[in-house]
Write a protein that binds this ligand. Structure first.
Ligand code: GRF
Length: 196
């Protein structure tokens, strides 16, 4: 019997550098997952070009085309299910998801957040880390639950905050780590090493 390769849908809204690191990992011969879909809520997301160039199926579902969050989420759910995704990975996806959507993919929906959760939930994490004077910052991959940035943590990476850091230098140091831990977390999930 051939082993099922876990199918991953990636949701993006912009640059897509995490998506790119996942795509690069999925091209490795020993990778236990494949990317079956890159879905964006913005037609101008840069990551869509990268995905298309890599031959990955892409879709655009624009939130402003739907009367409410529920109908937008239902359309995304339908699209993800049509592509037979086992896992949904949010990678810079900038919309809040309804509890219904989260429930539909419970235990199979993960996100990367640029802070050491539970510190700095929400936006502008690097700015807030600098302002608060923490000596360490980082990134977290976590299961998504209906409460924003609050689900169980799967992986974290720590980086030092340096005296001369600004938002850009700190964000770049964190992003480098994001690109390592997100593929690792997906591998662990695909291999059944972690469960919700
Ligand atoms: C990353 O910092 C990620 O942690 C956050 O949004 C950013 C997305 O960057 N959720 P990219 O689109 O993956 O380059």
């Amino acid at each position: 019997m051939t082993k099922h390769t876990s199918q991953v849908a990636i949701l993006i809204s912009g640059r897509g550098s995490n998506m790119q690191s996942i795509l690069a990992d999925s091209a490795q011969a020993d990778c236990p997952y494949q990317v079956c879909l890159v879905l964006s809520n913005r037609a101008d997301a840069q990551g869509l070009n990268t995905a298309q160039a890599a031959g990955i199926p892409t879709a655009v579902i624009q939130h402003q085309d739907y009367p409410d969050r529920i109908s937008f989420d239902q359309q995304m759910q339908h699209c993800i299910q049509t592509h037979h995704a086992d896992v949904v990975a949010l990678a810079g996806f900038m919309r809040i998801l309804s509890a219904e959507f989260v429930q539909a993919f419970s235990g199979r929906l993960i996100n990367i957040h640029p802070s050491l959760l539970p510190e700095f939930k929400g936006l502008h994490t690097h700015q807030r880390a600098l302002e608060s004077g923490v000596k360490e910052h980082g990134a977290s991959v976590h299961f998504v639950t209906p409460e924003l940035d609050a689900g169980p943590i799967i992986a974290q990476a720590r980086v030092p905050v340096l005296a001369d850091d600004d938002v850009d230098s700190l964000a770049a140091r964190v992003l480098e780590q994001e690109h390592l831990i997100y593929p690792q977390a997906l591998r662990a999930l695909a291999q059944g090493e972690i469960k919700f």
